[in-house]
Design a protein around this ligand. Sequence first.
Ligand SMILES: [Fe+2]
Length: 286
Amino acid sequence: MKGTYRESPGDRHVELRRALLESGRTHPAPAPAPLRGRAAAPEAAAAAALAERLDPYGFAVTDLDRPMDNAEFLAFGRVLGTAQPELSPDVRARVEDRVILNLRSGAAPTDDPAVQPFAANALTLHSESSGAPVRAQPRHIVLMCVSPGGDGRSAQTVAVPMTGVHAALPAPARDVLVRLRYDRPGEVPTVLRHEAGRPVFSVRDFLGAPLAWSCDGPSGTGPATVDNALRELYAAMYGGEARGFTWIPGRVVVIDNTRHFHGRTRASGAAAGTVARHLKRLRIAA
Ligand SMILES: [Fe+2]
């Protein structure tokens, strides 16, 4: 069965999304407290982040004495795995050393999805590369702050744990989501799967854009049931526990893409136009 989900203004997640990403609220920092490290010792910092934070919590925050240079940043990433090349033509001008993406969010708000990561817009919750085969999806997203833009609380990176989203979903919705995929050519993962006993989601909130889907069962399921399961999922993503990361120079946040959704609040004040926030990103393969 195939269909297309289109968001309508009355969907419950629309207001929840506004409250999370557009309201100007600062989201609380997650426990435990950041690790500390030295930019000149990137391997030691990454090894500590992996063992003491990523394995137990699915994310890591490390405050370094200064931002790493590109060679140090690459060395940090190598401890976590293999960095994926940034091949999209949309971002080519912002890429260094094939794998480092410069995220400068100083541009004015835009409707162009290709430009939104670099503008003052909010970024809707998603798992990275949600339409790619599982083996091509990054396991970790590594973000390093070069310059926070403003006071560092605007344009917060937010992370939402997938276990909480899964727990908030009614059983019939889960039953649909494990059989549901984007309707695209090639090998597309199901929206919900389980790995090592944990729920893993591959999905993005496409905002107003239509989501063409394909679903095999369960028997008796119609398109309205699938659309409702997606509504339940988005409401659980935006209605659950969100963790907010503020930025200071030298702060490195690693997010396990199989354990958290991520997104970004709208920029305001200086960060929306006059002082560019500058982060560098690596995507680390599974
Ligand atoms: Fe992302």
